[in-house]
Write a protein that binds this ligand. Sequence first.
Ligand code: PMP
Length: 448
Amino acid sequence: MARTLTKSNAHFRRALRRLPMGVSSNFRYWGDDKTLYVKRGQGGRLWDLDDNEYVDYRLGYGPAILGHCHPEVDAAAREGQQVGTVFALSTEREVVVAELIAEMVEAAELVRFSNSGTEAVMAALRIARGATGRDGYVIFEGSYHGLFDAVMWQADVENLADPSLEPELLPFGKGVPGLVKQLLWHLPYNDPGPLEDLLRREGHRIAAVLIEPILGSCCGIPASPEFMRAVRELCTRHDVLMIADEVKTGFRVARGGAQQLHGLKADLCTMSKALANGYPIAAIGGREDVMRHCRTGGVTHGGTFTAGAMPLAAAERTLRILKDTDALDRVSAYGLRLQEGLTRILRAHGVAHSYAGHPSMSGLFFREVPPRNYRDWKRSDYTFYDTLAQFLIDDGVLCEPDSREPWFICAAHDDACLRDTLRAFETGVVRTLEVLRGSPTETAGKEA
Ligand code: PMP
């Protein structure tokens, strides 16, 4: 059935008069005639202003772990609302949620709350600096840690004629001061050698190594167990703090996040998206001796909207569901069934492909072997994904048009979602192959 976007398009033209790009986040602009406006979401689906229905594999970049408008979480949020909003004072529930987090995430001995992933990572970095008395920090190529100056940097791999040279470091857009670079080291992912060299030489200037255990904004490329272990050991050896940015993976890939899967504890970690099923709240957890640096005369942390009563109540209910039910097992099981279904279709058409990440947030690659780092990924050809994604979206499967985002699964994705997805996927693959007019493996598997 052909999708029309008449109302979304009209709304875009109106929005453009008051909102830059017609949206409230640059990433929500998908083109003048393709930008979607949501009417509502429910479970694993959402509807746009034109009443087009989609199986939602974006889930707001992951937060809706239990599905949109989860009745129990929403009821808890309404109950939280009865407490009030914010008071510039603490409420009782903060410690309840902190206790739940500490039970689920071993590294989170003490907890502080923030409103967003960006704020949580900013706070974690400040705590690490306050605790160590150093200003430098390390991030890895392909990471995304939010929209604050310190982490808005990317390696210019595309223009790197000689792969043995170091890529230039470029800001994500304008307005990010170049001065910030003086404190930052940007290293390749999944390669402990450069980190070892750096910490040996410069460890005394470095407060923290920030790592996403799965590159949640670079196709879900996972850190290998060896790399995670190496980061942990090198940080310990050089007395540098390891910050696991689990804003995407926290309460999603396991109750205790990716740290649980790797069987290790970072010194600090940040969690946000799945914490309250979409209500705005984030947490910084960490070692007691490090977290106690948050104090008068020590590290300053806070904010007007921090630990608001409504998101806290939503967080408590979400965490209890994730902790006490099989919700996360169902998320992973659906993710695996989805991968099996997609693979059956792609194999039937001879299309080389692979998955990365975790079944609850996996990247789909059109090569036999997924990339291991940002440089591999940047050098790959994503024409097949880009073409297919557009057909899928037109046909009611809302995956990210940009191949960098993994597909997110929620506990509300059910058999009907899977059936609708696979039907659209079959048609989408056929149409993609027609458009690209080559033999599938040649077209889809080739390097750029
Ligand atoms: N860290 C990671 C790993 C993220 O994926 C994100 C958001 N995609 C952030 C930090 C920033 O979170 P927010 O968008 O809530 O500020």
